[in-house]
Design a protein around this ligand. Structure first.
Ligand SMILES: NC(=O)c1ccc[n+]([C@@H]2O[C@H](COP(=O)([O-])OP(=O)(O)OC[C@H]3O[C@@H](n4cnc5c(N)ncnc54)[C@H](O)[C@@H]3O)[C@@H](O)[C@H]2O)c1
Length: 252
């Protein structure tokens, strides 16, 4: 892909799953990457593994719901690698207790807002000034097909993911003229460590049958789309939400 060699990026929520696969792909494209995660030890271990195969990468602790922590990870990118060219705001969580609109507690809802919405705003506030200093760059937010689906469970997850689309469009509209691109990736079901844990054979077969591309999604499928959006090949894509799901959910 064009224009990733030597570029500097942060992956927030990159210790495992989609974030880790994205770090691996971006490093393979020659980017320099900081992996941040609330599971700091795992972020370190993932960075170590990628560095072993030649990647330029640092793992560190990040609490994405904390403004100072987001500022710190951007400062680390600037200190270690000289600036910032893209920020992949990928972290998510807080789905325990996200039952339905009648049963969900305020605490569960507030936690979902903090992790799945506020963290993306804080990431934007931390990253944008540095991206602007470079004359532009990419914000890439991970949402979910759930944001557009309509499901009988997890209303907070769907609501808080949907909010990220509005944030990306705002960032694209306001700072696009200064070279900022802000886009959203909506993965379908992707076989990450977390998903593998609960998916039984019957569900697996059902999903495959309902997916026109006729296979299960892998973290590398999302990593490829994110690498494209971070690269110069993606320079005319702005303010969009991309669904990457093998056709299981078809959107305009
Ligand atoms: N895997 C799927 O099927 C799927 C489908 C749709 C959307 N997504 C989205 O893709 C993204 C990655 O998902 P994944 O499947 O790799 O999940 P994952 O749980 O493996 O990765 C999320 C990472 O975020 C980290 N994290 C959580 N809270 C944090 C915080 N406050 N600060 C810093 N890090 C924090 C976790 O420790 C974890 O490493 C998420 O945004 C998720 O909602 C995944």
């Amino acid at each position: 892909m064009r224009g990733l060699e030597g570029k500097v990026g942060v992956i927030a929520g990159g210790a495992r799953g989609i974030g880790a696969a994205t770090a691996e792909r971006l490093c393979a494209e020659g980017a320099k990457v900081i992996i941040g995660d609330i599971m700091g030890d795992m972020a370190l271990a993932t960075a170590k593994r990628i560095a072993k195969s030649g990647g330029t990468v640092i793992g560190t602790y990040l609490d994405g719901t904390n403004a100072q922590s987001q500022k710190d990870i951007v400062a680390l990118a600037v200190k270690e690698f000289g600036g910032l060219d893209f920020f992949h705001s990928n972290l998510a969580g807080g789905t325990g207790g996200d039952s339905d609109a009648l049963e969900i507690t305020e605490d569960v809802f507030d936690m979902s807002v903090a992790i799945n919405t506020k963290s993306h705003l804080l990431a934007t506030q931390a990253a944008l000034p540095e991206l602007l200093k470079r004359g532009g760059g990419a914000m890439i937010y991970t949402s979910s097909g759930s944001a557009c689906a309509g499901a009988p469970v997890q209303p907070a997850y769907a609501m808080t993911k949907t909010a990220v689309h509005a944030l990306a469009r705002h960032v694209a509209a306001k700072w696009g003229p200064q070279g900022i691109r802000a886009n959203v990736i909506c993965p379908g079901l992707i076989m990450t460590e977390a998903v593998e844990m609960y998916l039984d054979d019957e569900r697996r077969a059902g999903i495959m049958a309902a997916t026109p591309s006729h296979r299960l999604g892998q973290p590398r499928d999302i990593a490829a789309a994110i690498a494209f959006l971070a690269s110069e090949d993606g320079e005319f894509v702005n303010g969009q939400a991309w669904h990457v799901n093998g056709g299981k959910q078809m959107r305009e």
